[in-house]
Ligand binder design. Sequence first.
Ligand code: BDR
Ligand code: CA
Length: 319
Amino acid sequence: MHKVIFDTDPGVDDAMALLFLHKHPEIDLLGVTTVFGNATLEITTRNAQFLHREWGISAPIAKGAGRAYHPERFDDHLASVVHGEDGLGNIGVPDDIDLPIDPRPAFQFIIDTVRANPGEVTLVAVGRMTNLALALQADPEIAGLVREVVVMGGAFHVNGNVTPAAEANIFGDPEAADAIFVAPWKVTIFGLDVTMQTIMSSAYLADMAAAGGTEMRLLSDLSQHYIDFYRQRVGLDGMAVHDSCACVYLVAPELFTYRSGPVRVVCGGLADGKTIQAPDSGRRFEGSAWDAQPSQSVALGVQPDKVLSMLRDVLAVGR
Ligand code: BDR
Ligand code: CA
């Protein structure tokens, strides 16, 4: 059983990933922590409450960071053009959802949950990594107590999606991401190299909606705006299931191939937010910022058809 804290900025593809975590029988969702990103923190937190209510998810929700980790970093690049003004495809999510929020800030929820389950918790972070960086700053010992950190973010051999250099989750808080990648814990990273190969076509989603129950109908409805974005701006008939890739990995790591080596994030300048790995098996660069940093795993290959069919098998089962 995988004990998971899901750190998220829902977000359309976040919503699909959340439903996958909720429904997969080998995943025990211990909590959901929210962060700003696809929309403001108020909206992403309200969206987590909404999805919990609609899908009957009982895991606690803890509200996280509404601004970047570094005090001088100001990110106003919210993704309403991708995810809609309400962060969930403009389906008309009510302003207030009557569902309790854990009284602790997300970083404290993470610390307490990790300490209560030493060696067992996987942190799955699919938004800006601000909450994880704050948790690590407040209690660095948790690095030795977490089972694994799984991240959706970055772009290694492909362009970014906010700038030619940077992917959104990293661009929104580069200092936080760098702190996560150099910490002494195991990190596995799913960037655009694999997620932009994992495209769920609109027909595939429609088939899932027809086969699934009310959960799938909501997921399909809230995904339509995101699909329109991909059609108009990216030229694809479908959508990248970014955040779900990180979640499928938990139960099917064999569907990806990986490269090992330290990862750093460019913080500032023209390539702000760019992720760069120094492969363990490659040329040595002595005296660089990658020296003596922990080796992390970066997914560079994927079997998209198998990832999509796993999503279908788990999501489109009514209950
Ligand atoms: C990432 O950015 C967000 O818009 C998505 O939810 C995903 O986590 C993709 O770059
Ligand atoms: Ca996300």
